[in-house]
Ligand binder design. Sequence first.
Ligand code: PLP
Length: 386
Amino acid sequence: MALRASKRRPLVAQSEIRSMSIECARVGGINLAQGVCDLPVPQPVVRGAAEAMERGQNIYTRFDGRAELRRAIAARQQRDTGLEADPEIQVVVSAGATGAFYSACLALLDEGDEVVVFEPYYGYHIVTLAALGIKPVFVTLAPPSWEFCAADLERVVTERTRAIILNTPANPSGKVFSREELALVADFAQAHDLFVFTDEIYENFVFDGREHIAPATLPGMARRTVTISGLSKVFAITGWRIGYAVCDPEWALAIGHFSDLVYVCAPAPLQLGAARGLDELGPDYYRGVAEDHEQKRDLFCATLGEIGLVPHVPQGAYYTLADISRLPGDTAKARAMHLLERTGVACVPGTAFFRGDAGQTLGRFCFAKEMPILEDAMGRLRKLES
Ligand code: PLP
């Protein structure tokens, strides 16, 4: 028998986000494809990690993370949502929200299960499910306000449905689910006895006076909700790999054991840096970052509008999906490549977030860049006018 890769190998290809980032580096362009914020890491976070390294706190942590971080995460949740969690048995620190989500899928779902996913979706969610032999079933959100109704959910449910994924604020649409929408999801999850896996990595970035509502706070949702989030985005530490799941102790233990199996632990001193940040940074910090993103959203979306790449103005997170149909090319990839070659600005082809052809006219831009870089990007995009 010849050596070969696994049968699941073809399911996991390089993401469009990574491939556009490579193309961008090739032309020395500005990378608005990747979802990284290049704001400085807050000082308490840096100091906390550096001091932990110097103190020699560099060894494996408990399978579910350092006590300091688990306590800080539980305190964050209590402060922001009012939900209490016991940091000893309900909080699992993992390798980013990505590690927490993968571990949750491994721990709580089986091959052949079906999971409801809103479209447009975050590609990693879909690929994770695919790699595990779990079938995503899609509820398509209708632009411009990305709405859905109870019937849309009922239409896709079968006896194999075990969970629903809720990404709020959402990547790439920027949708912030309202309380009424979350109530629809809660009723649906209870009626069909489903897990709700949330992805709240952008929880601090909500605009125009909106409120982020944690799905676990809705009545009857506490036991079935696995709340997934992390510090990658709000502390601008995407490379540190610090995320977590908070949930019922039974699920937390299972998720923790799978996270241990795959990752052993998140980097020990970096966990302590994240804990220090959570302990020491106050509401002003979080408000400041959100306002900064909101201001950049307004500037960047206005520029896109001026040059005829009409944007969907996001309610939260730090992306905009823009209509790139006026650019030459038959596909979103061809249009995104044209934009990159012509202006030196990279975006992600919309097809990374939709099935079929729905994304062919769209590109996703990340606007969480330092102002001089964003201004440079906007100046380059204006070249399209000439
Ligand atoms: N979830 C969503 C919706 C994202 O957009 C991203 C990054 O872009 C992540 C998770 C990754 O989070 P982490 O760095 O904590 O793994």
